[in-house]
Design a protein around this ligand. Structure first.
Ligand SMILES: N[C@H](CCC[C@H](N)C(=O)O)C(=O)O
Length: 285
């Protein structure tokens, strides 16, 4: 296979190259290299990574996500909204509500359409995982990490660790514009306390149901938005008594806003846009 069709899509600027494996075939052994190559803005298409829309025996579709360094992630909130849009508009599903399989389990998506086009998608991201063993991170396996003091590069920070099927650590700042995203982010991302690495988020609380958010993503660096990270940030903010559970919180990301609710059933609901940028043919080098 020396070329394949792709669709470039984004959720609030978090953009990926989507490949429909109902129609294309890619070599499993080449996926990491393909992710690195298509993500390269100079010699590839340019993106935060690669997302595969795959057949599944558990749901109508399965999503696999690869970061721009070629590493495979286990979940992707912005990606799930784009996969849901693609699946509905390409008739891989016939209903407006359906499940999507991910490497961290099944999620439930609901597409909101205007004249047959999907504009907004709500995803029930399931329950957050709070124990150190579930993040995963070093320390007492059955304990939680809420506002825990931890030292990085000689300075002490207070972090809250949440998994949405992928690992996140959240730090609170007084001014989001001054958050040490590109200085502290890469240090924490690969710290040994996180054996699988970690997505690093910075949050400024505005009000009971409003936060500002920036992210340094595991395997991709700075992105315009991170859906799983925004979910983790809302869960963290409830655990730290900055926001209230059961209410929709507006998360202001660099690329736009997400509405997130850690609801009374313990599920995290995320609502936001999904957009197609372009389609084309990619020729492997
Ligand atoms: N941007 C994605 C998260 C990618 C996570 C990936 N960086 C990892 O966990 O390795 C999102 O919208 O949730």
């Amino acid at each position: 296979m020396n070329s394949f069709q792709f669709t470039k899509m984004h959720g609030l600027g978090n953009n990926y190259i989507y490949v429909n494996l109902f129609e294309e075939q890619l070599q499993e052994s080449q996926l990491s290299e393909i992710a690195r190559n298509v993500s390269n803005v100079y010699t590839g298409i340019g993106s935060d990574g690669l997302i595969l829309i795959c057949p599944s025996d558990k749901a109508p579709v399965k999503m696999r996500i690869f970061n721009n360094d070629g590493s495979e992630g286990k979940n992707c909130g912005n990606g799930l909204r784009c996969v849901a849009k693609y699946a509905y508009e390409h008739k891989l599903v016939t209903e407006t509500e359906f499940q999507i399989e991910t490497l961290s389990g099944l999620v439930q998506a609901k597409v909101h359409t205007e004249n047959g086009t999907v504009k907004l998608v709500t995803v029930d991201m399931g329950e957050p995982r709070l124990l150190k063993a579930e993040i995963p991170m070093q320390g007492e396996a059955q304990s939680k990490t809420v506002n825990e003091k931890m030292e990085f590069a000689g300075k002490v920070y207070e972090g809250t660790a949440i998994s949405m099927g992928n690992p996140h650590i959240i730090f609170y700042v007084d001014d989001i514009e001054k958050a040490p995203v590109t200085t502290l982010g890469p240090i924490v991302e690969k710290d040994e306390r996180f054996p699988e690495g970690v997505n690093v988020e910075f949050v400024q609380v505005v009000a009971d149901n409003e936060i500002h958010f920036r992210v340094w993503e595991r395997g991709s660096g700075v992105t315009q938005a991170c859906g799983t990270g925004a979910c983790a940030a809302v869960v963290s903010s409830v655990l730290n008594q900055h926001t209230t559970a059961g209410k929709e919180t507006t998360v202001h990301l660099a690329g736009g806003d997400l509405l997130i609710n850690w609801d009374s059933n313990g599920k995290v609901l995320m609502t936001g846009p999904a957009e197609v940028i372009c389609t084309g043919t990619y020729y492997l080098p």
